[in-house]
Design a protein around this ligand. Sequence first.
Ligand code: PLP
Length: 412
Amino acid sequence: GSVWGQLPQAPPDPILAVGDAWRQDSDVRKLNLGVGAYRTEEGKPLVLNVVRKAEAALLHDPTLNKEYLPITGDPVFCKLARELALGGDCPAIQQGRVSTVQALSGTGSLRVGAELLATHYKPSRVVLIPKPSWPTHRNIFTKAGMQVQEYRYFEPKSRGLDFQVRLCSHLGEPQRGAVVILHVCVMQVIDPGFLLLAILDVVQSRRLLPFFDSAYQGFASGDLKADAASLRMFANATAPDGGPQELMLAQSFAKNMGLYGERVGALSIISNPLPKTWACKACGRTVHHQQVSLPIHSTVPLPKTWACVASAWAHCALSSSWCDELAGMANSIKAMRSSLTQALRRAGVPGDWSFIEKQIGMFTYTGLTRPQCERLTGKHHVYLTMDGRISMAGLNARGAEYLAGAIVEVIA
Ligand code: PLP
């Protein structure tokens, strides 16, 4: 027999499995609303012009070579990535308190961060992840050896933020020092507005360590800076001990640069001033301030696809056209929110569905129950995750009309 004879079947990935099932469906009306990937009106993947231009320029750049990258990745890419998130004038950056490493998109950045926490973070083993959220958070942190707990923030009736009952009480419960995962567009689909200050207050009063997941910067408002406001507010805050607020940040450029499969991302750590060097507790080697690459050491190979990103950002003309293209994608998703709302009204949906236009970003949490979601898939060929989340980017005018009819049928 094979040495692999006892290999157990891997559990299906909750999002990729939705796409696989969609591919196998031959019905022409089928919709894939599982994966968060932008699509054109014709339902086709989109490569941004800015990426095409940068790639063309790189092809003829005689200074490029195929050497290995430094262990922490490309320094130009890392600098541009953190400035994009925090702003070039961020005091933490200017004071040299931000360490950035290149990582394999958002997932890889979270994974490196999770390992860093599991190995070196002493105050707590607990990581609080939002519910509902991206299902992979749980796996990443559990695999790294952290204990995952959930905090709720979603009010199923209004499909909005339940600040007092859920969010505050759930964040107030865990042990001091636990890590809390926050989406940069804070609740992924909900803008907490003025409540952000109160969230910072709860986080600080429990001495939680915020770990921001930035997978959609630019997709909520169409503006990179506006979407980073929550992160920047935390990064510029004073901690209860009078020092600067510390935090972690995982960035993905999958969505906002349309580089999904290229795996471009970065992990940054904003800390109080660190000693210039110290001995790594895991391996005894001397570690330099700029190398919070501890868990990477030599285990994670880095692709060089950063080059097209760095080059796109480095050319101002290109980077402003990137912002235009990003705003275009965000606006078409906003337009899809109103198309779906109107289609639901025309289809005679009962109840208040105005939350679709109030939610932000690429997704909508519909509040549909698991049996309703199963019926959407089984009877109507609409593929979505069973928590009722739909990717607005997977819809076009015809799809919105069809989905509205299907929703009306499943809730009847
Ligand atoms: N975080 C969230 C909330 C996401 O939705 C995703 C992808 O869908 C990611 C992180 C990471 O994506 P990637 O690893 O493709 O950058």
